[in-house]
Design a protein around this ligand. Sequence first.
Ligand SMILES: Cc1ncc(COP(=O)(O)O)c(C=O)c1O
Length: 416
Amino acid sequence: MSTTAQRLSRRVRELAPSMTFALADKAKALKAAGRPVISFSVGEPDFASPEVVAAAAKEAIDRGETHYTPVRGTPRLIEAIVERTAQDTGYRADPEQVLVSNGGKQSLFNLFLAFLDPGDEVVLASPYWVSYPAMIQLAGGRAVPVAADPARGFRLDPDEVAAAMGPRCKALLLNTPSNPTGAVLDPGDVEALVRLALDRGVLVVSDEIYAGLLYDGAEHRSALSVAHPGVREGVVLCSGVSKRYAMTGWRIGYVVGPTDLVAAAAKLQSQSTSGACSIAQAAAAAALREGEEAAAAMRDVFARRRRVAVDALQAIPGVRVPEAKGAFYLFPDVSSYYGRTVAGRRIGGSLDLSEVLLEEANVAAVPGAAFGADGHLRFSYALDEEQIVEGLSRVRELLARAEPAAAAKPAAGSGR
Ligand SMILES: Cc1ncc(COP(=O)(O)O)c(C=O)c1O
């Protein structure tokens, strides 16, 4: 009998399990056991997909669209992606620049496999989405984080990014609006960062999957809209329908980028999944063409919830929360509670705090450590207003019982 270590590949053994899923699973188990859990851990809209989407899927089935599609996606969906991208960014792609995959996650996965060799580096902002380093590592590359300053709305400083770009740097990965911070990069910074990368011959991978979710007059600047002669060869947009149109379960994501890179990613896809679901592609085409009204209505609801959540978090002493203007996440700094004791447990960092919140207040929030920022917790506001108010008042009440840090002991564990 082989041991597990012998049986499993090094690739998998070295991979860290997803902390976000571990927490979500625990919250679900407690809920199933009858506990009144309020979960701020969700990374998806809680709305049903728009009616036009469901109708398009049913029509696709009735028309018998139940066969393999072209690997790159159906012509109808590709055309819809070209149109939507042109409307949103001003950049008109050729159909050969588009690849449809099973969710934005597979889009990114294909890309990293298509351009990374062992030891190649990808510079990205920290805090980062939990899957970026894992995907880069699986493709043999190395993630090089650059700290985005919470005190400046998680701004990514172009000078610091330039300093992080070493000789092995293959790509700059941008994510705006951001998961986990909800921050929207300043249009001027997007311009500067894209120019910097292109001038150095470094690929820009721009994950703009939350681009439709903006509040308080925030302006999103797509990397594809930057005026630079290298954009067509050097920028790849990654997006999808999951977040903007509440379609996480349909699993449709896409990239728009340089033809050689897109062809390479399509070649990989042809040997792995063969392409995305035919019915989901019909649904996604309808969303991109006719889903804006429904998307705007959902955005209005998120805007109200965001206000409620920001106010409630700001009312908790010692919690600092930047008023992030995008996606549906807030990423408060809770490190003033580290080194203190809550409900008899000493809080060493975000993992401890998230555990105590779940166990003592029945509130699930994702530890910032999962995103490379242990001083924070991530709260999603993709849940209804009543629950937001109730859940955050539970957090406030529990934290009000925190004992002060013992004067003699140094406060430990507040690392970022
Ligand atoms: C930043 C970011 N990019 C990409 C994705 C992928 O989304 P999906 O695979 O559901 O389309 C997610 C999902 O959580 C995300 O947060």
